[in-house]
Design a protein around this ligand. Structure first.
Ligand SMILES: Nc1ncnc2c1ncn2[C@@H]1O[C@H](COP(=O)(O)OP(=O)(O)OP(=O)(O)O)[C@@H](O)[C@H]1O
Ligand SMILES: [Mg+2]
Length: 447
């Protein structure tokens, strides 16, 4: 840890430097605030000892400059007896602590060591925040991803309920987080509740909390996720997996902002923005009475759809890059180079598990592949769905039938890639639109 000592008395600078260096700190000194700030350009200080009364720029002014540049720096003010008032003001400005002259050396050591620990924690905290931001970053600049971002930007500031839908692994959780981050609730909790990951009989007590004695084993009460989210956002993930009984309670929270803990009659008021997500077909579930229609309509105020990976293959390169960086960090491995042909091959691959599956694939390559350069042949075979080569080895059909089969599959994928837009697909395939339309009709492909 590095300590910068700023004091106009040379004796103090020397004494502090010598005792702190004995403690193992790297020290630099400066004779006034101005000089100290200059020093910080070259010296990466963690803790600063700062005299309150100095000629060239006093301690308080210096403190403001220092904290503005880096709020995680820990500044300990040093003041003569007459400067106590200023020292107190310094604490209010954000100084870590203050020491009074004449300095007690043991106290200096303890205070510096505490400040150093605090500095370490605040840097760690900052790293974690950056890490979360990176991890939750939505990657991709393709039109579907731009549209998604635009939706997020529009819906975030309001309190509107949002229902995020999309296939598995398409980033629904990232969207929920982005909405929270861009809302006025960003500095309040973002609480995720996954109905599918919790045994049905525990869903209600987890979500609404419970009172002491509510059931055997409830030796003391516990807050539920809903209460934890008060003031912030409650993300109800996999809402399609919630039991009908939990659904009706959630409906009441949405309608009246009220709920009771399990085993209690006391009504709690709650202010949490609700964002829900599912990969299930809720309309179908409503038709089969598996999902309450009133809840569906309440939740579905703003529907947001996350595109499947095959709908934005243009983002493959960026995604591989991003997932690569994550893998390098998480797995502590050295970087690999994915060749342009490899990116191309990945674009043509089917990923039923979307970006999550791509992420797993990249991690697998980092763990198992020793080569630094990844060529198309180094990609592991897909396991989730029949690979292309299976197509050629399948049951023998007549040449004409097989050709028809191929054309149909090919055109279906291409239509999907081009947003089911016939003229765009035709253009991409260098076909006349009328020819493509005829072909689709012939093959029985409906749009
Ligand atoms: N556009 C994207 N940019 C970066 N990472 C993404 C993107 N989409 C998905 N991911 C990553 O893929 C993984 C799955 O994303 P997420 O958990 O949000 O999917 P989901 O839509 O909630 O899927 P499920 O329905 O299976 O829960 C995560 O690791 C996430 O970081
Ligand atoms: Mg999810």
């Amino acid at each position: 840890m590095n300590v910068l000592i700023i004091d106009d008395e040379i004796n103090i600078r020397q004494t502090l430097r010598s005792i702190l260096e004995d403690e193992g700190y790297d020290c630099e000194t400066a004779a006034n605030g101005k000089e100290g700030i200059k020093q910080l350009e070259n010296f990466n200080a963690d803790v600063i000892l700062l005299d309150v009364q100095m000629d060239e720029m006093d301690g308080l002014t210096a403190l403001e400059h220092i904290l503005k540049a880096d709020p995680t720096l820990q500044v300990i003010m040093i003041s003569g007896h007459s400067g106590i008032g200023e020292a107190v003001r310094a604490i209010k400005t954000g100084a870590f602590d203050f020491l009074e002259k004449p300095l007690s050396l043991p106290k200096v050591k303890i205070t510096v060591s505490k400040a150093a620990k605090f500095r370490q924690l605040s840097m760690e905290n900052r790293r974690l925040k950056i890490d979360i931001e990176e991890r939750y970053q939505l990657i991709g600049n393709s039109p579907p991803m731009q549209k998604l971002r635009e939706m997020i930007r529009k819906v975030a500031p309001s309190n509107a309920k949002v229902l995020i839908r999309g296939e598995s692994g398409t980033g629904k959780e990232l969207v929920a987080w982005a909405i929270h981050q861009q809302s006025g609730r960003a500095d309040k909790p973002f609480i995720r509740f996954n109905s599918a990951a919790i045994p049905a009989e525990l869903v209600e007590s987890e979500l609404f909390g419970f009172e002491k004695g509510a059931f055997t084993g409830a030796v003391k009460g516990k807050k539920g996720k809903l209460e934890e989210a008060d003031g912030g956002t409650l993300f109800l993930d996999e809402i399609g997996d919630m039991s009908l009984s939990a659904q009706s309670k959630i409906l009441r929270v949405i309608q009246e902002g009220e709920f009771e803990r399990v085993g209690s009659n006391k009504t709690h008021k709650i202010d949490a923005r609700i964002i829900a997500a599912t990969h299930k077909n809720l309309e179908e579930m409503v038709a089969e009475n598996l999902f309450r229609d009133d809840l569906f309509y309440r939740l579905n105020v703003v529907p947001i759809h996350t595109p499947a990976l095959r709908q934005h293959p243009e983002d493959m390169s960026q995604l591989v890059n991003h997932l690569s960086c994550m893998a390098i960090r998480d797995l502590n491995v050295t970087p690999k180079n994915f060749l342009p042909e490899t990116i191309c091959a990945l674009k043509g691959r089917v990923f039923p598990g979307n970006v999550r599956e791509l992420k797993n694939l990249i991690e697998r390559i980092y763990i198992l592949e020793e080569k630094e350069e990844i060529a198309p042949d180094d990609l592991p075979e897909t396991t989730t769905r029949k690979s292309n080569s299976d197509f050629f080895w399948q049951e023998t059909l007549s040449f004409t039938e097989k050709k028809k089969d191929f054309e149909a599959r090919y055109l279906e994928v291409q239509l999907e890639l081009h947003g089911h837009n016939v003229s765009r697909t035709a253009e991409a395939l260098s076909m006349h639109q009328s020819n493509l339309s005829r072909k689709l009709k012939e093959l029985g492909i409906k749009l």
